[in-house]
Design a protein around this ligand. Structure first.
Ligand code: AHR
Length: 677
């Protein structure tokens, strides 16, 4: 390979290329990144119904995850709502013959992590009106083992004799265990002393417990999971979906106005993926997450279509005459984020604690609208109105070309973007290495940039492709060939920075405690941070985003085509980009670290020779590889496929540094980092 550092043929790499796509699926947020430890904290329901298609899950308020202690009778009550939006509460009847400790506990999101740190507990309580004897002096809060008698932390919260018996009182306390519990099999309990509480009734709601969060945000993110995302050096985040922005009906779409402000005002909603979403992780929390990560928010807005897998295309499209309502909802959504405090929705954001406007540069209109037959009239109307209100935003279309007789082409204007989704086999990514070369000529959209919003190797190469319905061929976890296929596609993107400006993997998270939903996923986790598994795909993106470079370097193929090896080169020019060639005074050479990315999809090593027009002094490498093409990281073997660093022997650097020889190991993704002399 001949790699040139001459300026003429270099391009700037896409500054925002590698990002994140987050959606509430697999309990990614609920019981995942959203740090709340109490499952079903407001009794809205969170039963998972196996075998029911996403979107069709029936739901009802439940006592899921709650259990009685000491014979307390637990039931759901609708007559004593906490608020307009939290209408179901927990009724706790203490039997008149109760003795000792009596109350209830929460099992958490398939366990609860207990460490020596502060846990913020809070809950709303109301005694039973005039029947209350005003003799209960307090309740005990504790973190305890679910299987042994161990109590990891306990504290008492006083109940005033003057407590209101008609309104709820919010009580708060901090629990500080002095030890780390040996496993995640722990619970959070609220108990009374039976001698005080015998025969009485109390109502509880919004029972919450937070460990320390990422950057200490109240109502914030689980620290360890957020840090894993940050390690990827993402440049943007698309949220909140995915199909989940659409919902499975118009009514259950993601509605930003219902997931902002005090938690007592958030009704939550049935998630598209079949479980209840408290929406504690709401619009403002997403924006603050981006702010804390210092990344660009890429907001998907609801565009008038809800995906119902049982009735594609014509189902759940808003009437043409009603579309303005949804367009206005989207404009107001942007005003909530970007408006000054003198605007209606900007003022509300300030009231919610964030007077400083956010900046949103990217907005996607809908999601996967190739499933609909109406995008051709919805998209232009949204676009025109949004552009008039926020002309500096880049708008992303979720569909452009006709993909079935049911939908029609839409015209993306120059300067716009198009979101493509690719859940594929490794072979697809190999065959489509040139997918984006001459893309604009092929697609016929001049000056339209591409966002590969969701992509992954979904399963193995198989005649007939992956069986989406029966899951035949599909991977549960990213494998060696996943990393290889995705690396090849990422090279295809990196070498076309003027076409592909953003990309993100899907799906990001899965909670291993719950029944499997969507796989493969970037990060698998449980309630116990030590059980997190970063996948081969995660590490692949980590390698690419940490070695992107600022400019691409042209590579002349002197080795006879790609396959089994694919490559791309770039350079980190930093602020001191180039120096003049003293001899000719015409050619500029880039200074800085050179990155050569090499992917070998074959099992055997593949020797390559790299010739440079600049002298190389030293080569370090990072490699991701595994002998088994279907090997994967899993709980108990979490780092089987993880990046290892190495130094290339000096003997591999020949011809006064102008030539490097290297045998790319079989089934590997490699980044060589070369220092110029
Ligand atoms: O990424 C999971 C799902 O796949 C998303 O919700 C949807 O956009 C896509 O079909």
């Amino acid at each position: 390979l001949k790699i040139s550092t001459k300026s003429g043929a270099r391009n700037k790499t896409a500054p925002l290329l590698h990002g994140l796509f987050f959606e509430e699926i697999n309990n990614s947020g609920e019981g995942g990144l959203y740090a709340e430890l109490i499952r079903n904290r407001a009794f809205q329901g969170s039963d998972l119904v196996d075998g029911v298609a996403p979107g069709a899950t029936p739901w009802a308020p439940t006592l899921t995850a709650w259990k009685s202690i000491g014979g307390a009778l637990l039931s759901l009550d609708l007559l004593n709502p906490l608020s307009e939006n939290l209408r179901t509460v927990l009724k706790v009847d203490i039997p008149s013959n109760a003795t000792g400790e009596v109350g209830f506990l929460n099992e958490g999101w398939w366990g609860m992590n207990v460490q020596p740190q502060d846990y913020d507990a809070s809950f709303y309580i109301k005694p039973n009106g005039a029947l209350y004897k005003r003799n209960v002096t307090g309740v005990n809060l504790s973190l305890r083992s679910a299987v042994t008698d161990d109590i990891w932390a306990t504290t008492r919260v006083e109940i005033s004799p003057d407590i209101s018996v008609t309104k709820y009182t919010k009580l708060e306390a901090v629990l500080t265990p002095s030890v780390t519990a040996p496993n995640k099999n722990n619970t959070f309990a609220i108990t009374f002393d039976a001698t005080e509480a015998q025969g009485q009734t109390f109502y509880f709601d919004l029972i919450s417990l937070f460990p320390p969060t990422f950057k200490g945000r109240k109502n914030g993110l689980r620290k360890d999971l957020a840090e894993h995302l940050l390690d990827l050096k993402p440049k943007f985040m698309r949220f909140p979906g995915g199909s989940d922005v659409e919902g499975n009906s118009i009514e259950t779409r993601w509605q930003w106005k219902k997931n902002i402000g005090p938690l007592t005002d958030r009704p939550g909603r049935p998630d598209y993926w079949g479980y209840w979403n408290s929406e504690g992780l709401g619009y403002l929390e997403y924006l603050q997450w981006c702010e804390d990560f210092e990344i660009e928010p890429l907001v998907t807005i609801y565009s008038g279509y809800s995906l119902d897998l049982s009735a594609l295309y014509s189902a759940h499209t808003v009437e043409e005459g009603d579309l303005d309502f949804y367009i206005n909802e989207a404009i107001e959504q942007l005003e909530y984020a970007m408006g000054g405090v003198d605007t209606k929705w900007g003022a509300l954001r300030a009231e919610h604690g964030h007077p400083e406007p956010f900046s949103i540069k990217f907005v996607e209109i809908g999601n996967e609208d190739w499933f609909s037959d109406s995008y051709y009239w919805r998209y232009p109307r949204f676009l025109e109105a949004l552009q008039a209100a926020y002309p500096n935003v880049t708008y992303i279309a979720s569909q452009a070309t006709e993909t079935s007789p049911a939908n029609r082409n839409v015209t993306i204007p120059p300067g716009g973007m198009w979101d493509l989704h690719h859940f594929e086999t490794p072979q697809f990514f190999k065959d489509n290495f040139n997918f984006f070369d001459n893309w604009q000529d092929i697609a016929g959209y001049p000056d339209v940039k591409i966002y590969v919003g969701e992509h992954s190797v979904l399963g193995r190469d198989r005649v007939g492709g992956i069986d989406w319905v029966n899951g035949e061929g599909r991977f549960k976890f990213p494998t060696t060939v996943s990393a290889i296929g995705e690396a090849i596609f990422a090279l295809a993107m990196e070498r076309n920075p003027t076409i592909v400006t953003h990309c993100s993997y899907a799906v990001l998270f899965q909670n291993l405690g719950r029944p499997p939903q969507w796989g493969p996923n970037f990060i698998s986790f449980t309630a116990d941070p030590s059980e997190t598994v970063l996948s081969a795909s995660y590490y692949r993106q980590w390698m690419f985003s940490n070695h992107k470079g600022t400019e691409t370097l042209p590579v002349e193929n002197t080795e006879g085509g790609f396959d089994p090896v694919w490559w791309h080169a770039s350079i980190e020019t930093g602020s001191t980009t180039t120096t003049e060639d003293a001899a000719s005074n015409t050619t500029q050479y880039a200074q800085g670290n050179i990155y050569v990315k090499l992917v070998n999809a074959a099992k055997q090593p593949a020797p390559v020779t790299l010739n440079f027009d600049t002298a190389i002094s030293k080569v370090n490498g990072t490699i991701l590889r595994h002998d088994d093409e279907f090997g994967f990281n899993y709980l108990g073997n979490a780092t089987a496929i993880s990046p290892k660093t190495f130094d290339l022997e000096q003997s591999a650097i020949q011809n006064q540094g102008m030539t490097i020889t290297y045998a790319v190991p079989g089934l590997s993704v490699v980044v060589l980092e070369l220092d110029q002399k």
